[in-house]
Design a protein around this ligand. Structure first.
Ligand code: NG1
Ligand code: ZN
Length: 549
């Protein structure tokens, strides 16, 4: 009763905008920032309930990632640092959209009884709050705080301006009883990066004193954090451009999403960068792509998420192969870690062919980090990436304890052997790469360490395989839910007949591949096509787009 009046009172300051329907999609709630106050307030309530139910620390991040600066958004980090459990998404949707304050209270109390959340017995609900550099983040954060405080016994810690992956990392670390401050994050990343560099074989240790990586921070938080991290990484030369301290507008003409979609140089880059290794983060630094400025200084060669995935897969496989026992030496180690690669249908066909050719197990999931992450976690070592640059490498508890065992066994038997170093490298990667979500900062450090290890230039890395020409189109539709897909979005099952028409169109092109799916974040149907040449690709994409219209 007392709880209900607390919520009622707190909510009276936050009425939802009329005629707006929000949904907790793959990226949480996202909209024009001015529409979000009541939603953020209510997600504060949801976070407190989730924390009580899971008896764990929960994260609440205010960001709209690569969207324009006037947008904002909010998402929840679950106890393991991952996305909010899908079981709670329908509650999040109803919570955001109910108009009447009494109905809101009723909705909460129904959910609390259904989920058996012990509201009377709250010892502590604890929420970590983070936000990106958007100015609207300030008042939205205040709304979140008031939402949390309207649940008795719930407290929050305002962690300030963070990248999205930092907040997820902190939540996971807190719940595992590990050191979890921002300082600990920087220490863990820089320490494991330096470990990897120390493990580079002597013959490959070439002097790279003027080998610099130039990073576009999307005018957001990522560049600022990278400047701090850089100081801890020894002699890694990084030049940060487009940090949030400059004049530029967040994500405007800059950042990983812009670079990947437009394939042109971001602001702040040009003629003097031709031939240099360049990278872009998105607005909340959970996406990373690399690129090369072409000699015309306007266009770029994109080194996308698929190429980062391929570099990681190549390196991890090399270390696992080095750890394989010679049958004669040690015939009976029954454990072979399973390495799995997870992509979506948007992965360039040439990357999938390259990975399969390495003998790797490649699977596709539907679009959306939660699907990729879940699939990757089924392996001992699972590597996932979306072509747009979001991805990471997950290590199972089993493989980690196996690596620890191998490490101690090898350090007494043959310290410094290639086998021992391979175990140490994999352990270092597991600490460097974010185990909660894709993280541009840790991804960048791992790419840099692997390039040093292999002695590859970005050009050489980019030549691992040549991308097939591809085209993405979007078609505005009245009701995107009319299109229903199966088999990781590669086949349309509804409306009837469309898949046959797509197949007929695709069959006309050499190396043709094409699929359509409803976007999870916009009111559009997306069309993706690949074929032997760009002209054929565009023609295939256009003809399929007409089928949808
Ligand atoms: P939708 O709008 O469902 O295609 C887009 C991206 C996803 C992911 C989400 C944000 C493409 C084709 N899709 O999803 O990869 O980043 O936004 O969660 O890039
Ligand atoms: Zn992002």
């Amino acid at each position: 009763q007392e709880q209900s009046s607390l919520v009622l009172q707190s909510s009276s300051n936050f009425s939802p905008p009329k005629g707006v329907k929000l949904s907790y999609g793959t990226a949480g709630f996202r909209a024009d920032a001015t529409l979000l106050k009541s939603t953020v307030h209510r997600v504060g309530i949801l976070a407190a309930l989730r924390s009580i139910q899971t008896k764990s620390v929960i994260g609440l991040m205010i960001t709209a990632s690569h969207n324009q600066v006037s947008d904002n958004g909010i998402k929840i980090a679950d106890p393991n640092g991952g996305m909010l459990s899908q079981l709670w998404e329908p509650f999040a949707d109803s919570l955001a959209n109910v108009a009447d304050p009494f109905e809101l209270v009723q909705l909460i109390s129904d959910f609390v009884s259904k989920e058996i959340i012990p509201l009377d017995n709250v010892r502590s609900a604890e929420i970590l709050l983070g936000r990106d550099t958007r100015p609207s983040g300030e008042y939205l954060l205040e709304a979140a705080k008031q939402g949390i405080s309207s649940i008795k016994g719930a407290i929050y810690h305002d962690m300030g301006i963070l990248t999205t992956p930092q907040l997820h990392w902190m939540v996971r670390a807190r719940n595992m009883g590990m050191n979890s401050t921002e300082h600990d994050y920087f220490q863990q990343l820089s320490h494991s990066y330096r470990c990897l560099v120390e493990l580079i074989p002597d013959e490959k240790k070439v002097s790279k004193s003027n080998d610099i990586v130039v990073v576009d921070g999307a005018n957001g938080v990522g560049g600022d954090k990278l400047e701090i991290l850089r100081e801890l990484c020894g002699d890694l030369s990084i030049e940060v451009r487009n940090s949030s301290k400059g004049e530029g507008v967040l994500n405007k003409g800059v950042g990983a999403d812009f670079v990947q979609k437009e394939k042109v140089v971001p602001s702040g880059f040009g003629r003097s960068d031709v031939g240099l290794r360049c990278a872009s983060f998105d607005g909340d630094a959970d996406r990373l792509v690399y690129f090369l400025v072409q000699p015309d200084s306007k266009l770029i060669d994109l080194v996308d998420g698929d190429k980062i995935l391929s570099l990681f897969a190549h390196f991890i496989k090399e270390q696992l192969d080095a750890l394989k026992d010679n049958e004669l030496e040690k015939p009976c180690d029954p454990y072979h870690p399973r390495l799995g690669i997870v992509q979506t249908a948007y992965a360039n066909g040439a990357s999938t062919a390259y990975l399969k050719n390495l003998g790797l197990d490649v699977v596709l999931t539907p679009t959306g980090v939660k699907y990729l992450h879940e699939k990757a976690s089924e392996y001992d070592i699972g590597i996932y990436f979306e072509a747009n640059g979001h991805g990471t490498i997950l290590f199972s508890d089993t493989v980690l304890s196996w690596l620890e065992d191998r490490n101690s066994e090898l350090s007494s038997a043959c310290t410094g052997s290639e086998k021992h170093k391979a175990a140490l490298r994999l352990l270092a990667v597991s600490k460097l790469i974010n185990q909660a979500v894709g993280d541009a900062l840790s991804g960048l450090l791992l790419v840099e360490a692997i390039l040093l290890h292999t002695g590859w230039s970005i050009q050489k890395w980019n030549e691992l395989y040549k991308d097939l020409p591809s085209r993405q189109l979007k078609v505005k539709v009245v009701d995107r839910t009319a299109v229903v897909t199966a088999k990781a979005e590669t086949v349309v099952v509804q409306p009837a007949g469309i898949q046959e028409a797509i197949d007929t169109a695709t069959a006309k092109y050499r190396h043709g591949r094409c699929f359509i799916r409803p976007s999870g974040t916009e009111d559009v149907i997306r069309v993706y096509a690949e074929a032997a040449t760009q002209e054929e690709t565009d023609s295939l994409a256009n003809s399929v787009a007409k089928l949808v219209d």
